[in-house]
Design a protein around this ligand. Structure first.
Ligand code: MG
Length: 326
């Protein structure tokens, strides 16, 4: 049996995060502490994003609150399928106890090995230098937020300013029309060594159109919103998608099943953040390095989106836990 405890957290984005799903001000999540009979501790984190297909914070919290303080092996809990963030958080804590991983390769957690997120819109023009100075060499910029002509102008200006060792990922969060997506890909094809991929140009319902776009242009197309959970990843693979899969382990469901599918299908993956603490970030990094010794830079460079004074910025799980002590 395992003794389980939960602590909820709220973190303010600074500044608020703007995406085409709207403005995100507060990241709410839950830390999981699982203790075995010998007193060893496994950590997990439940960091839902309901508009991305996971349960809401309230649903996750309600589920955690009705669990007894003593739990059997986590897989035997049969956590309901819609609670994908709970599946990740509880199973991660349990895996840390029953199947601990070797340490990550040195540097895996440093900016140079990760992808950092640029501020949206024209703020990217002044924002990139600070992120570059931290060591990031792969940056992501959100598009599909302002009119395309405006974003194209900022994009060209960014490319003109960027040093040659900087690679850019574009993420449309499904916010483009088919014509706009084609325009972006045409422009990206002219600077192939600067652009790694265009992420989720169209909404998930338009998989066939994204398939066509991926064949018409050389710039790779990546799926993100389309493959938010293990079940959706499975569907897209069965329907023939062999391009890049952007995976957010913290909301995908069981981390063991996710790893198994990636291995079985030999997927080209990018692991990505849900604005989690170091607990879930490390679990996502472990998955990335279990699947490849040289993964595409995981999109986990998001710490700079929270206030520096935020005590949940801590690197160690017990410090993060203690920061939430009543
Ligand atoms: Mg994305």
């Amino acid at each position: 049996m395992y003794r389980v405890a939960f602590r909820a957290y709220r973190r303010l984005f600074s500044p608020p995060l703007q995406t085409c799903h709207g403005v995100w001000r507060v990241r709410e999540g839950i830390l999981v502490q699982l203790q075995d009979e010998s007193g060893r501790i496994g950590w997990g984190e439940i960091a839902p994003i309901p508009w991305f297909g996971s349960e809401s914070f309230q649903q996750a919290w309600a589920f955690c609150q009705q669990l007894p303080p003593l739990l059997p092996e986590i897989p035997s809990l049969a956590i309901p399928a819609p609670l994908t963030a709970c599946q990740f958080g509880l199973e991660t804590a349990w895996l840390a106890l029953v199947d601990p991983d070797p340490p990550l390769p040195p540097g895996a957690d440093r900016p140079a090995a990760l992808c950092g997120l640029l501020p949206t819109g024209t703020a990217a023009l002044t924002g990139w230098r600070g992120i570059y100075a931290q060591g990031y060499r792969t940056l992501k910029w959100k598009i599909g937020v302002a009119p395309i002509a405006q974003e194209m102008a900022v994009f060209q200006e960014l490319l003109a300013q960027f040093p040659p060792d900087l690679t850019l990922r574009l993420d449309a969060n499904g916010g483009l029309s088919r014509d706009e997506a084609a325009t972006w890909l045409r422009v990206c094809d002219r600077v192939p060594d600067r652009i790694e991929f265009l992420e989720q140009p169209l909404p998930p319902a338009q998989l066939a159109e994204m398939f066509t776009l991926s064949q018409q242009f050389a710039t790779p197309v990546a799926l993100d919103e389309s493959v938010a959970t293990v079940a959706q990843l499975e569907q897209c693979y069965q329907r023939g998608w062999r391009g890049i899969f952007v995976l957010k382990p913290a909301i995908a469901g069981s981390p063991r099943t996710l790893r198994q599918r990636c291995q079985d299908y030999g997927l080209d993956t990018v692991f990505s953040s849900v604005f989690e603490t170091a607990i879930a970030r490390r679990a996502a990094l472990r998955l990335a390095y279990q699947l490849s010794p040289t993964p595409r830079p995981p999109g986990l460079g998001t710490g700079h989106w929270f206030d520096r004074a935020d005590r949940l910025q801590a690197a160690e799980a017990d410090q993060i836990w203690d920061a939430l002590a009543e």
